[in-house]
Design a protein around this ligand. Sequence first.
Ligand code: ATP
Ligand code: MG
Length: 405
Amino acid sequence: MKYTEIMVRYGELSTKGKNRRLFISQLSNNVKKSLHEFEEIKIQADRDRMHLILNGADSDKVMSHLGSIFGIQSFSPVIRVEKNTEVICQTAVKMVKEIWTEGQTFKVQSRRSDKQFIWDSNDMNREVGGAIYHGIPGIEAQMIKPDIRVDVEVRYEAAYLSCLTIFGPGGLPVGSSGKGMLMLSGGIDSPVAGYLGMKRGVEIEAVHFYSPPYTSEKALQKAKDLTVKLTPYVGGIQFITVPFTEIQEEIKRSIPSGYWMTVTRRFMLRLTDLIREERHGLAIINGESLGQVASQTMHSMLAINEVTTTPIIRPVITMDKSEIIEIAEEIDTFELAIQPFEDCCTIFAPPEPKTKPKLEKVLQYEERLDIEGMLERAMAGITIEEIKSSDNFLNETTEAMDELF
Ligand code: ATP
Ligand code: MG
């Protein structure tokens, strides 16, 4: 079927009052960015719906992009035809024929904004319904919960038909909530946290701590590949690498082992917050889940969180591991995340981290450190690169190695 446009419904967006215009224009920009390869498409964003006028572009290809744009509740491929009763009926029959399978029921739902049109909506329901009934032997009409709903809308300029509604990912357009720094390790939880943050409109930048030579190049590549998996929702993502070796060595040297983890986390948070400030972010996002490990007890979080008043968004905080894994599988980060490359936390993990660290002790131990100097040197060493969906870090090195031998 040669569709002429895709009609996009906003869902939650349209209830956003004064913010609505902002949301819609953000969504419109995101759609434009995602569909940049289709130069012929014209985007028309109205208050309640967005119309993507295809001008010949392949509707299936276009729709495959829409499934990962947050803020889209659902969409339908639509055919625009002239306001001619015969053409409308023929098109409706052809459309339904293409998707109908034995046993499915249908219903026609018509709307007429052009009151001059010779059929009113009741006539249209009856006439188009009759044409489908006679045109497709075996099909039955069903008013309540039909399998196929044929929408017919007659406007001033033309008539529009559609009979397929595809659900989008919902949420809010990425960027409409501002920017947040995602603390991205190489694990299962933080990519899921990033995905959920984006789903609520947060534009993310990834901050990754690494400790060469204790952590391998592969661990870093893995974090970058996880970032690649998050790009379909936004296009490119800035990936910020923070050298963390000196800080971890210094902590190990000067702090009792029961407190390594607490102090390490405080440094990570301080640095992420400095980066956030520099890059005009509004929040920090991490993959903490309550009670999962020693650093994620409420006592630990209280002691760690003390270094900043910046909002910390913890999308997976109340989820069970199995619930997090379910999302990780859905967004295809799970397989990558369970690959065994040591990251900086596992290597410096103390034998018995405190699950109830005391803040006054933390402060007392930290007096032994040149905190400002340590932060400054780490900040001086950060590198920033844009990760795009076409990147592939782990495989690239394998290929390069293959070429060597
Ligand atoms: P994940 O599954 O995301 O790796 P985890 O199970 O390894 O988490 P922790 O190591 O306790 O859990 O980390 C908790 C959170 O701290 C992570 O979800 C992430 O947001 C942040 N974090 C941990 N290590 C790093 C790192 N090397 N770089 C950036 N952020 C990190
Ligand atoms: Mg975790």
